[in-house]
Design a protein around this ligand. Structure first.
Ligand SMILES: [Zn+2]
Length: 266
């Protein structure tokens, strides 16, 4: 049976990933709505935010129900935000990419857990300016276990200490200078988890790409007068984006960088 699955053509396997990812995206919506309020993600079942009517199983099919119901609650007719199907679609497409890239393997399973968490972190940080402990603390434990499998335990521990330590120092330095928190504790715990998962080279890559993306976003926001120098931009979405880039392309990009810019041994 297992041989049969691993022999599937990649596109069929990624189609399985897409369908699985749509369902996981539906669960991600529940997490996004409830984790910041410290509510259970298991019970009560999903309900319309307007009229509180529980959503029937047949009306809870990712994407399809939204299209069939034309984006409205069956009971009260209230418009349902496009964000819900958008999150399902994004999670589905990312999961298809994970399945395509990593095939039937433990590595695929690891990133099939990580990638939806990145989606959830991104949306919660945009909406609430927090990255909940209920994601990052188990994330650190998961990062150590999965990172030990991927890169060895030493790289995992160094990645955790390097990422978390750098952000902690930055936050502490900023606090001493300005008397205000620049970077949240959630960012520190996030990068510690990412470092444990991806190892010390990739955590530096993630910090660099995250800071670059955040800087470009902030610069554009100021240029187009949507932001000013005092605007608070959540860092989580940029770190999550950088982690995604690291997962899919980090290895080749770092190899290219080393081969191009590092002095060759004689
Ligand atoms: Zn309703």
């Amino acid at each position: 049976m297992i041989e049969n699955i691993s022999n599937l053509p990649p596109w069929i396997f990624s189609l399985v990933g897409l369908v699985f990812g749509l369902a996981v995206g539906s669960f991600a919506n529940v997490c996004i709505a409830r984790l910041p309020k410290k509510q259970s993600v298991v019970s009560p079942p999903s309900h319309c935010p307007q009229c509180r009517t529980p959503i029937r199983a047949a009306d809870n099919i990712p994407l399809i129900s939204y299209l069939l119901l034309k984006g409205r609650c069956r009971q009260c007719g209230q418009n349902i935000s496009l964000i819900y199907p958008a999150i399902e679609l994004v999670t589905g497409l990312l999961m298809a990419a994970v399945f395509y890239r990593f095939g039937f393997s433990w590595v695929c399973l690891i990133f099939a857990i990580v990638v939806p968490a990145l989606v959830i972190i991104t949306v919660i940080d945009i909406e609430h300016q927090i990255i909940p402990d209920v994601i990052t603390l188990p994330g650190i434990a998961f990062g150590l276990a999965a990172g030990s499998y991927l890169n060895g335990w030493l790289d995992s521990v160094i990645g955790l200490a390097l990422g978390g330590g750098m952000f902690w120092l930055l936050a502490e330095g900023y606090f001493r200078l300005k008397g205000a928190m620049g970077m949240g504790g959630g960012d520190i715990k996030y990068i510690a988890a990412a470092g444990a998962l991806m190892g010390w080279v990739q955590v530096l890559f993630i910090i660099f790409i995250g800071a670059l993306a955040g800087g470009i976003f902030g610069g554009l926001g100021i240029a187009f007068k949507k932001l000013n120098f005092l605007s608070r931009i959540p860092f989580g979405p940029f770190l999550a984006l950088a982690t995604l880039i690291s997962i899919f392309f980090g290895g080749p990009i770092v190899d290219w960088y080393i081969n191009t810019f590092m002095p060759k041994p004689l």
